[in-house]
Design a protein around this ligand. Sequence first.
Ligand code: ZN
Length: 292
Amino acid sequence: MLPVPELAGRTAEQFVHELGITELPVDPIAIAEEELGIHVEAKPVSRKGVSGMLLRLGEEYAIVYATHIRSEGFQRFSVAHEIGHFKLPGHIDHIFDGGKTVHESRAGFASGDPYELEADHYAASLLMPDPVFSKEMNRVGDGLEAIESLSTACRTSLEATAIRYVQRTDLPAAIILSAGQRINYCFMSDPLKEVEGLEWIRKGMPVPAGTATERFNADPANVTAAERLDDTTSLMDWFGGEWDVQLEEEVKGLSSYGKTLTVLYSYEGFDPEGAEDNANLEESYVPRFRKR
Ligand SMILES: [Zn+2]
C-alpha cells in the first residue's frame, strides 16, 4: 500500500480524471464552484501563517483564501488545499469535529499536522496532475529552467512546482529551500533516495560551506532581486557518503518570500549498485581469462 500522502495525491488525480481535465492549467476555483458547489472568496487573513479556510454552514461549504501573499500560485494552492479537505476521506469529520464551523489551514508543506500535509499533497496533485504533468515535464527538460516552465504552465508557485518536479523526475535530484545559511527543508527524488550511504539533509542544518548556495545567500540582495546562480557541486558536499558525483547546482532567490531555492541534479543516473555489479563482473572474468 502507498504511504498516505501519496494516496492523497492519487485521489486528486483520480478526481481530475473524472472531471475530464487533460490540459494545464487546472482551475481550482472553477472546480470548487462549478463541480462541488462550494462558494469561493478572497479575503485578507491577518492571522499569521493562515493560507485559507474551509467554512461549514450545515451542509453548505465555503472556501476563503488569504490574499496577504500576492502570489497567484500560492492562492490557487490554498484553494486546492481546501478542496483536499472537502474530498479526502475522514477530513470533514476531523476538521469539523465537535460542531466546529471554521477550519484554518496552513498550506504549503509548512505544517506537521498529517491532515494539513495530506491536503497539501492533494493540492499539489490537483494542480499538477499526472499524466499531464509528467508529459509536460518530458517536454521541458531538467533542472530549474524546467521547473520555471512547469510553474508557468500549471500557474503554481516555483516552490510547489519544485517539490512536485522532484517527486516525478527520473534523475537523481533534490530541491532545497534555505533562508540565510539555514536549510528549511530538502526533498529528494526517488533515484537519489535509493543511493546508499547518504546523510539526508534535515531542517535547521547549515547550508554546506563552499557551495554556490552559500555564496548566494551571503548577500541578501540576491534573494530580494530574485537573482540566479548556476554552478556545479559534488554529491558529497551536500549528502556526505562515498560517491563523488558531480551535480548541477542551480540557485534562485524567491524575492517576495525571502528564501532561496536550490535545485541539485545529475544529467546521468548513477547507480552505485550497478557499478559494484560491473566491478564484480570484471573480477569474475579475470580468473577465467587467466585459466586459458
Ligand atoms: Zn488545512
